[in-house]
Design a protein around this ligand. Structure first.
Ligand SMILES: [Zn+2]
Length: 169
């Protein structure tokens, strides 16, 4: 399979994330032409800042391959990795990172900075821009939809002015 084929799978995972109300980011880890790890952003579902697509896919790959060194593995992710995931990629010795859309706010392989410019002991090969339009499109469609949703009023905007005892204590 080609880079694009694996990126389509990552995009499929991202689309599912969007369906359950998560920012659509998907990732797969590939070893010897086989998918050994998959993940998508689940920050809202798990209420956890660590639940990024890449970390889930890396975690699954380590379990499946029975080791932390993923030096024969390539990671495909729809969005340029953030500092946390770029760190995990380096720690896992991922061979190649293929990403779709750039992330000017948090991307660490070229956008806000380039982790490969630092003197870390491992430098993955970086392939940016694979299915860039599709990956960026999934994100912009998600945020457009989010803005359309009616805003739920805040408790501070409550019309009740009398302070009373709460009904349920
Ligand atoms: Zn991340």
């Amino acid at each position: 399979m080609k880079d694009q084929d694996y990126m389509w799978r990552a995009l499929e995972l991202a689309q599912f994330a969007a369906k359950i109300g998560e920012v659509p980011v998907g990732a797969v880890v590939v070893c010897d032409n086989q998918i050994v790890g998959e993940g998508y952003n689940r920050r809202e579902s798990y209420k956890n800042a660590l639940a990024h697509a890449e970390l889930e896919a890396i975690d699954m790959a380590c379990r499946k391959l029975g080791g932390w060194r993923l030096h024969r593995c390539d990671l495909y992710v729809t969005l340029e990795p953030c500092p946390m995931c770029a760190g995990a990629i380096i720690n896992a010795r991922i061979r190649r990172v293929v990403y779709g859309a750039s992330d000017p706010k948090a991307g660490c392989f070229g956008s806000t900075c380039d982790f490969n410019a630092f003197s870390f002991n491992h430098k993955p090969e970086i392939v940016p821009g694979v299915l860039q339009n599709e990956c960026a499109g999934a994100l912009s469609a998600f945020f457009k939809e989010l803005r359309k949703r009616p805003k739920i009023p805040d408790e501070k905007e409550s019309p009740v002015r009398l302070a009373g005892k709460p009904l349920i204590q």
